[in-house]
Design a binder for this molecule. Structure first.
Ligand SMILES: [Zn+2]
Ligand SMILES: [Zn+2]
Length: 342
C-alpha cells in the first residue's frame, strides 16, 4: 500500500511554494495554473531538501513566473467612472459620463475629438452597473460586426466557403472564435477590442489560413481583453462613517447648523440658506454630494507648475475638481444630488 500524497506550504526567500510528496522517487518543479510554484518529491522529503532544490532551480523558476505573469489572463474589472479606458478595434477610448439631456442614446462613440476618442455614456445608464455593462457589450458587438461586414468577406474568399457568415456574438463564454460548418464563424464580442490585424489573425487561425501577425503579441492581446467585469468606482461604495462635521449617522439628517449640510431645495449650504423652516435640511448619505458628482462625472484635476489641469481619476495626485462641480452641475431637488447642467 502506498502512502497518500501530502502537501505543505514552505516559505523560501522571496516567495512561498507548495511541497507535494507522493510515492514517486524523483523530484520535480512545476508552476501551477494559478502561478504557484509546486515542488514534487518522495515521501520523507525535508523542508531543507525542498528549499535547496528551489534555490538551485531559482533562475528557471523566475523565468517561468515572469512568463506566467506575462501570459496569464487578467480580466480586470473596469471602474465605471469618467476617464476609464476602453479599447475599440485597438484604439484607446476614454469614458465620459454626460448629462441625460445631452444625449438620447445610452452610449455614443466619438472617434475624433481634440483630446482623443471618447465613449459618452448617459448619466442614468452610468448609475446602473448592469445597464452600463449591457450597453458596452452591445456596443462592442455592433462595432465588431460593422468591421466584419466590411472586411471578413475578403478573408473568407480565400477559403472553399467564400460565403461563410461571420458574426459577433454576445453569448460566447469560453471561446474567442468558433467555426461551425453551416452556421459559419462566430467571434466573441470582446474581440472587438483587438487591433484589426489581430481580428484578422483570429479569423485566419480559426479558418486554418496562414498567419498574418506576430505570435507573442497576438496571444498577449487576447489575454488582456476586458470581459465585461464592471464595478462602480470604489469611492462610491457606501460608507458607514458618521458626518465628520456634525456626527450624524448615515441616512439621517445632518444637525441644523452642520457646515456639511446642504439645503434640500437649493443645494446651497443649509446653515445660511435663509429658509425659515427646518424641512430643507439634507440627509448624510455617507459621502458629500459634491464628491459624489466628481466621482460620477470624472471631475478630477491635479496641480502642475502652471496651475491645476483636468486629469483622469486614475492619474497620480488626482484631486476631486469641486470648482468644476460648481461650474457644470446644478442641484436636483427631486434627486437630492448634483446633476450635470444641460
Ligand atoms: Zn453633518
Ligand atoms: Zn434651505
Amino acid at each position: 500500500m502506498t502512502a497518500p500524497a501530502t502537501e505543505r506550504r514552505i516559505a523560501a526567500n522571496s516567495f512561498t511554494f507548495i511541497l507535494c510528496t507522493t510515492s514517486r522517487t524523483t523530484f520535480g518543479i512545476t508552476i501551477s495554473h494559478t502561478g504557484e510554484v509546486v515542488v514534487r518529491g518522495p515521501h520523507g522529503t525535508t523542508d531543507e531538501q525542498a528549499v535547496d532544490l528551489v534555490h538551485r532551480r531559482r533562475e528557471w523558476i523566475y523565468r517561468q513566473l515572469k512568463h506566467f505573469k506575462e501570459t496569464a489572463p487578467d480580466d480586470h474589472a473596469k471602474e465605471l467612472i469618467g476617464g476609464t479606458g476602453f479599447a475599440v478595434l485597438g484604439h484607446g477610448h476614454r469614458l465620459r459620463i454626460v448629462a441625460d439631456a445631452d444625449q438620447e442614446q445610452p452610449l455614443v462613440q466619438h472617434r475624433w475629438s481634440e483630446r482623443g476618442p471618447w465613449l459618452h455614456m448617459r448619466s442614468t445608464t452610468a448609475r446602473n452597473v448592469e445597464a452600463a455593462r449591457e450597453e458596452l457589450v452591445a456596443f462592442y458587438a455592433r462595432t465588431g460586426q460593422e468591421w466584419l461586414d466590411a472586411h471578413a468577406p475578403s478573408i473568407t474568399q480565400q477559403t472553399t466557403t467564400p460565403e461563410l457568415p461571420v458574426k459577433m456574438s454576445t453569448r460566447m463564454r469560453t471561446n474567442w472564435a468558433y467555426h461551425h460548418q453551416t452556421r459559419g464563424l462566430t467571434l466573441h464580442w470582446a474581440t472587438a477590442q483587438l487591433s484589426t490585424v489581430y481580428i484578422r489573425e483570429l479569423i485566419h487561425r480559426t479558418l486554418g489560413l496562414h498567419s498574418v501577425t506576430h505570435n507573442h503579441l497576438y496571444e498577449r492581446s487576447l489575454q488582456t481583453l476586458w470581459l465585461g467585469d464592471l464595478q462602480p468606482h470604489r469611492a462610491l461604495a457606501p460608507t458607514i462613517q458618521p458626518c465628520r462635521a456634525c456626527s450624524a449617522a448615515v441616512n439621517t439628517l445632518h444637525a441644523e447648523n452642520c457646515s456639511s449640510a446642504l439645503c434640500a431645495r437649493t443645494g446651497r449650504q443649509h446653515s445660511d440658506c435663509g429658509h425659515p423652516d427646518a424641512t430643507c435640511n439634507t440627509v448624510w448619505s455617507g459621502q458629500h454630494p459634491h464628491l459624489t458628482a466628481c466621482i460620477e462625472y470624472g471631475f478630477f484635476c491635479r496641480e502642475t507648475p502652471d496651475g491645476y489641469e483636468p486629469c483622469d481619476a486614475h492619474a497620480p495626485r488626482a484631486l476631486p475638481d469641486y470648482l468644476r462641480v460648481y461650474r457644470e452641475c446644478r442641484w436636483s431637488a427631486a434627486e437630492q444630488r448634483m446633476v450635470l447642467d444641460a
